[in-house]
Design a protein around this ligand. Structure first.
Ligand SMILES: [Zn+2]
Length: 350
């Protein structure tokens, strides 16, 4: 199978003046080789002398000099325009390249890879892809000025739309989600990556489209977007770490429960509390603290134990508060406190 172009260069489709001469010769039953011009068909520019020679050879009544001259000028103009368009398209493609894996098998019939992205976004042209990237909600912009690539973030969110549209979900019922939170099943399976990976099926029954996706560079740990009445919760495997995946999931669940579809879109970058976080983010993190860390004390204790290098305080605290080792390990790594001793379970989404 021939790998298709990343971006097709339209200059390759233009007819060179040499090829035009060649075709005219053939159509008139003349042998173009008799002109003795090497690589005739590849010639982009012919001198006036050469043109005169060709016209003479073709034995045409009308003067074709002007025709060939205009032909090659037009070619040069079109070639320049094609080059500019190609470079622009190539720059866009390069920016999107890390997300090629998100296209899957459904978007591969375009003329080139960039065209596959055009279909993926459900738009008409490359320009519309770029316009989409500028439509990022204000909340998100103020939180993350530098790290996120808005174009890749659009790929991430669009993936959510596409996957959500593939099936129908029952009406979302928050009491079902609350029931799952309260029934303790997840708690008994905190250290079990297979359980986490099985969650999308469970969440579908509650009317939630939960997607576990590979981390897309320069984007987010997770997000929530509402598509009509369905919350689409997306969790990435950034850090390939089960604790991080749980934290992201519970953060997003926090948004679903606290903010409903008033929050049209959430992009969680830091996964946990930062000094800059907004009220909305703080509220979402409350569900992480309440369910996974039991309180915000875990973070505080681990950061302060680090200062005293007091691992015992951490162990005692974890036992007395009944916090899973996974999250003790999570904060130990965040605090850079004996990270090698910290519990860690790997997880990966495909
Ligand atoms: Zn959030």
């Amino acid at each position: 199978m021939i790998e298709k172009d990343k971006v097709h260069n339209a200059a390759a489709d233009l007819t060179k003046v040499g090829a035009e001469v060649y075709d005219i010769c053939v159509s008139r039953g003349l042998d173009p080789d008799a002109l003795k011009i090497r690589n005739l068909r590849e010639k982009e520019n012919l001198s006036q002398r050469m043109i005169a020679k060709i016209v003479n050879f073709l034995k045409l009544e009308e003067n074709l000099c002007e025709y060939f001259d205009a032909f090659q000028k037009n070619y040069q103009e079109q070639k320049r325009a094609a080059k500019i368009a190609y470079e622009k398209a190539m720059a866009l493609y390069r920016e999107l390249k890390p997300a090629e894996g998100f296209l899957g098998d459904n978007f591969n019939s375009g003329v080139d890879r960039l065209d596959d992205f055009v279909s993926f976004f459900g738009v008409e042209s490359e320009d519309e892809i770029q316009k989409k990237a500028q439509r990022i909600p204000a909340l998100f912009k103020t939180q993350n000025q530098t790290k996120v690539n808005q174009l890749l973030l659009q790929v991430w969110l669009r993936k959510g739309e596409i996957e959500c549209a593939k099936r129908s979900f029952p009406t979302f019922r928050r009491e079902k989600l609350q029931e799952w939170l309260d029934n303790g099943e997840w708690h008994a399976n905190l250290n079990n990556p297979e359980y986490f990976i099985s969650l999308p099926a469970k969440f579908a029954e509650m009317g939630i489209c939960l997607l576990l996706l590979p981390y897309l560079q320069k984007t987010v740990y997770g997000s929530v977007q509402w598509i009509e009445q369905t919350p689409v919760v997306m969790v990435s495997d950034r850090e390939r770490d089960l604790a991080t995946a749980w934290v992201t999931l519970f953060h997003e669940i926090g948004h679903v429960l606290r903010h409903g579809n008033r929050l049209a879109l959430d992009h969680e970058i830091a996964a946990v509390a930062t000094a800059r976080e907004t009220k909305i983010e703080r509220e979402a993190n409350e569900s992480v603290n309440r369910y996974l860390f039991k309180s915000d004390n875990l973070r505080k204790i681990i950061f302060s134990a680090k200062k005293r290098d007091d691992i015992k305080a951490v162990v005692n605290m974890a036992i007395s508060c009944n916090v899973n080792d996974l999250f003790v390990g999570y904060w130990m790594r965040k605090a850079q406190f004996r990270p090698k001793e910290a519990t860690r379970i790997k997880v990966q989404f495909r």
